[in-house]
Design a protein around this ligand. Sequence first.
Ligand SMILES: Cc1ncc(COP(=O)(O)O)c(C=O)c1O
Length: 427
Amino acid sequence: MTERIPGFNTLAIHAGAQPDPTTGARVTPIYQTTSFVFDDVDHAAALFGLQTFGNIYSRIGNPTNAVLEERIASLEGGTAGLAVASGHAAQVIVMHTLMRPGEEFVASRKLYGGSINQFNHAFKNFDWNVVWADPDDIGSFERAVSQKTKAIFIESIANPGGVVTDIEAIAGVAKRAGVPLIVDNTLATPYLCKPIDYGADIVVHSLTKFLGGHGNSIGGMIVDGGTFNWSREGRYPMLSEPRPEYNGMVLHETFGNFAFAIACRVLGLRDIGPALSPFNAFLILTGVETLPLRMQRHSENALAVAEWLVKHNKVAWVSYAGLSTDPYNKLAKKYCPKGAGAVMTFGLKGGYDAGVKLVSNVQLFSHLANIGDTRSLIIHPASTTHRQLTDAQKVQAGAGPEVVRLSVGLEDKDDIIADLEQALAVD
Ligand SMILES: Cc1ncc(COP(=O)(O)O)c(C=O)c1O
C-alpha cells in the first residue's frame, strides 16, 4: 500500500504531534520546565556531544516547542525548524549562523520597517552590513552582490502590504552568487505561499502574526529548506569547519540537509539565548490548527475591503496585490494563488489630518501596531511607527502623511466595511 501524503489542512492540525506518551493527553501539553532529567551519565554525555537527540534545557529545546518546529517545517516543506522568542530573534540567529564581521547581505528595500531598522542599526554592531536592492528591479540584486555577500533577504508579501516579491527571479540571483536566499514569509504564511518551492533556502517567520493568529503571543521561527550546499568553497565556517564547542564536529558533514537548523540551535540559540516560552508555543500551535481557514477568510475579507475602498471618494489610492488592477496582481497570482493576505495600505485624499481622524473614529477596528490578529487592526504610520522620520524618509518608506495600513480581520466583512464607512464619514 502506498503511504498517503497528508494535505495542508491535515498537517496544520497533526504534523509533529502525537498523544502524550505518558498521560494520553491529545493536545500537546505545555512542558513548562527549564530542564530534563538524564537517563544516566552516558545519556547526558551523548546529549551534550550531539550524538543523540533529546532534551537538556529549555533554552536549547523543549518538547512543546519541538511540535511547533516540526509543524511549521512540514507546512513550509523544509527539513527542520527552530522556534525562537520573536521574528526579530529569528533574523538575528539566522544571520549569526551565516555572517562573520565585515561581511554583507543583500536585502529588499520593501521590508517591514522594524527589519529595516534592525539591519541598518542593530546589525551594524556585529559589523554585518546590509546592501539594499529594489524588488521591482531584479538587476539591482545582481548588482548589489559582491565577494563579501553571504545571503539575500526578501519578504514574500512585503509588510506594509501590497508588494509581492518575485521569489523565483531572486532565487536565481542567489544561486548564481552561491549564497542562500532567506524569505520572510510572515505575511503570506505557508498557506498562501511556499517560498522553498520557488528556490528559497531558508524561511523565517514572525509567529506573532498570522501563524499564531490571535494577537496573544510573540514568537519566531526559522525553517531550513535543506537545499543549500554549505560546504562548497567553505564560505560558511559555522557549518563546514570543525566546531571546537563540539569536539571538532563538522555540522554539515554530520547533519546533512538539516545542518543549518542544527547550527542555528546549538551555536545560535544556545549561546545568544532568545528561547520561545513553551506557553507561547502552545498558544501558537493552537492558532496554527486553523491557519488554512483563517488565511482564506482574511484574504476574502481583505479583497472585499480593498474593492470597496477603491470606489470611496475620500480614498486616493489602494495598494493590495489581490486587486485585479494592482501592479503586483500578476505576481500575486503566481506566488499566492489562494489569496493576497490581510494587509493593505491606502492613501487618503485629505492627507495627514484625514489619517488621524480615521484612526480616531473607528470602532470595530483596533488602533494599534500589529498585524495578523483575528480582529481588524488599523494604523496611521506617519503619526505613530514612522513619526521620527523626516517627511522625505516617510514617503520613501511608504509611510507618507496620507497612508493608512489595515490588517483585515475575521469579523463579518459587512461590519468591517461599515466601520470604515462611518469613520470616513465623520467631518
Ligand atoms: C514581516 C515581519 N517580519 C518580522 C517581524 C518581526 O517580528 P516580531 O515582532 O515577532 O519580532 C514583523 C513584525 O511586525 C513583520 O511584520
